[in-house]
Design a protein around this ligand. Sequence first.
Ligand SMILES: *Cc1c(COP(=O)(O)O)cnc(C)c1O
Length: 416
Amino acid sequence: MAFEQPLDRIAPSVSESVSLERERQESTLGMIASENHVSKAVLEAQGSVLTNKYAEGYPGSRYYGGCQHVDTVEELAIEHAKALFEMDHANVQPHSGTQANMGVYFAVLEPGDTILSLSLSHGGHLSHGHNVNFSGQLYDVEQYEVDPETGYIDYDDVAEQAREIEPDMIVSGSSAYPREFEYDRIGEIADEVDAYHLADIAHVTGLIAAGVHSSPAEHADFVTGSTHKTIRAGRGGLIMCDEEHADDVDSAVFPGAQGGPLMHNVAGKAVGFAEARTDEFEAYAERIVADAKRLGEVFDERGLSLVSGGTDKHLLLVDLRDSHPDLTGKEAEEALSDVGIIVNKNTVPGETRSPMVTSGIRVGTPALATRGLEEAEMETVADLIVDVLDAPDDDAVVDRVSSRVDDLCEEFPIYE
Ligand SMILES: *Cc1c(COP(=O)(O)O)cnc(C)c1O
């Protein structure tokens, strides 16, 4: 019966693409700051029969029968999330980080309310009010920026802007800001102007879970995150808040923004969050940051300009305009991709090129740290990257770097 046949028999081209993607991940150095590799256990949970189950509602109060086992799974994910982030309430149902932010907005804002958030071109996120996203269409959005000289957020400027605008919500958190956010400062500003504070920790969920970065829990009304970036719990999102907003958040997620939760992904979260409570994960999170710092030091020694001069976290934003004025972010991304180093082009503060071209690249370490690359290897990787940026059309350089990338990938396999 077709129902019982394996993937390669039923859908050979899907099966082949899955194999090729696995091979691509193994044979390249993945340095996209928002990507990572999950454990075999998380993969198994996500690829399980839980995908078959409808479970609208919440554990113990569902709109469908037969939910006893998925209840157990969701309760576990919630318990781990509350313990990791030290917050009263967790909702683990958002399908993604964007849906998590949607849940918070729907919980306490009305259309037309004002959100103050970091500008996309300075490191913010689409879901913080960009005009192509629902958030920019439903709400009145004002944005703060980094100081163009230092690359840092000037919190006094944000405070001044907040006093002028009197927003209903201030969003902290970013996709491409290399420095630790001062959640306490944003919390104070939000208190002063009587706004909610949403801390979107999407990129640093794992660093905060491990205690490597300080938690926004005390300084924010809501904390949202992704579950697939620095924490390795598979694709998805989550929301945390105090008991006071728990019911509003839960009903904003379901039935407000979503229907049935993806229970196979909730299972991935339960497994990945449990892994994140171990000493091994803490060492991993420390390695992510140590790797990024070492990478930044070598970039700096070799003449690259880094936005804000370096990093506190898992990513670096390289501004190519000083060191390589004729090389665009797009060309750099392509040249590195040709040697098996995968990064993304990224706008930089004061960007003059379009978002499809850009003058920068964003380089992250979470996936390489998962493979076990440490600071010594990061020195090699940094040199390989700069060698390519310095001579993107030199075949001898391309051949040499490609073969070093192959060696590293073999030495540090993802799935043995
Ligand atoms: C990645 C990210 C999100 C969530 O993105 P999804 O692709 O919807 O999971 C939200 N906020 C920030 C700041 C992000 O970087």
